[in-house]
Design a protein around this ligand. Sequence first.
Ligand SMILES: Cc1cc2nc3c(=O)[nH]c(=O)nc-3n(C[C@H](O)[C@H](O)[C@H](O)COP(=O)(O)OP(=O)(O)OC[C@H]3O[C@@H](n4cnc5c(N)ncnc54)[C@H](O)[C@@H]3O)c2cc1C
Length: 397
Amino acid sequence: MNAQASVDVVIFGGGIAGLWTLARLRQAGYSVVLLESDALGGTQTIAAQGIIHGGAKYALTGAVSDAAQAIGDMPQRWRDCLARKGELDLGRVRVLSQHQHLWSTEGIGSRMTGFFASKLMRSRMSAVEGADRPDLFQSTSFKGSVYRLEEPVLDLPSLVAELVRQHGDACFAVQPEMVQLDSANPGCLKIATPTGQLTLQAQQLLLAAGAGNEALLKKLGRKTPQMQRRPLHILMARGLLPPLYAHCLGASTNPRLTITSYPLAKGEVVWHLGGQVAERGVARDETEQITAGKAELATLLPWLDLTNIHWATCRVDRAEIATPGGRRPDSWHVDSHQGVITAWPTKLAFAPCLATDVLHCLKQSSIDPSGGNCTALADLPHPPLAQPPWDEVKIWN
Ligand SMILES: Cc1cc2nc3c(=O)[nH]c(=O)nc-3n(C[C@H](O)[C@H](O)[C@H](O)COP(=O)(O)OP(=O)(O)OC[C@H]3O[C@@H](n4cnc5c(N)ncnc54)[C@H](O)[C@@H]3O)c2cc1C
């Protein structure tokens, strides 16, 4: 049976970019459907560390880059949502920590001293001493400095679950091969359904499918915008570990190690280890990466007891707008061209900026809310929720 449906916007991808934008567009009165090929919460989003960056990490070069400027407002923008007074109501989302710490193992070099002295950083971080330090840095063996950053860390499964609780009715599961796209008429989608074919007419497509944008653009016959992948090999340590949300500063401009924690049952905690260890670990296999992670913790936190700690790894590519030399983009990217908006947030923290830009693009293209008719979509199933990487581990080493 052939059926017809029409909406203002079809979003591809149910990671943070798609889900946040879905919420903002519906709030503005647009009729929207989100198509997800796997699970809501996405690929990168559910594997991320949940840090709502305020720019400190970006400013480690000593100079305040454009990225550090752009991201400075993000913690407050998210905090307003968490306090139910922002653009979205995230009052039910669990905050794992209201702040993070930065620690350095030894005295910081002169470049770093300039960074800590800069006006921008003075307003965003403060030195912490003695009993105010996390338990792990109370050890008499620790000789470095600790700073507190006013950047919250969110429980991403709860963030995804809350956005889906509010807007899951507009999210549908479709495999890429079920969807036919027409390069000459991108707003006309043909979807194979269990009972026949559905023609879905949209005023605008939003490609918010992370790494999946590449294949979608190809299907639409478009060569731009171009995407880059920056792979990571994440390490996870599980056991009776203290909760810690902290970056370790090394000599480079990227944190040497970023630790976030996720509480499990029976007092166990998973440490999610990112930063340079995850970037450099791309060339290592799982065993080598675990060995490297153990060595790094033994160097940086030698007093930490790692007996009875279990290990696993997982690989995820960051998908972003391509940059010269493949360097990290400074901010989110939204590109609007002939009926198709393509977007990458670059950072989870930037999702609100991405959604605001999508709203501007719709206004600029004179696309106003027009109602739509989604009844025929009822045949399609709703996608499941994505599981965090530690819940997907089959064997802990
Ligand atoms: C290990 C790691 C740690 C990170 N930590 C942080 C952090 O602490 N703070 C921060 O701000 N940022 C962080 N980031 C960056 C952040 O995770 C990403 O910028 C953000 O999650 C990207 O969201 P997204 O919605 O664009 O993509 P994704 O989360 O990847 O979602 C894309 C979705 O599109 C779906 N899809 C793909 N193809 C199709 C298709 N053809 N049709 C329908 N659906 C499709 C996928 O199944 C997926 O669900 C981290 C990234 C990684 C990898």
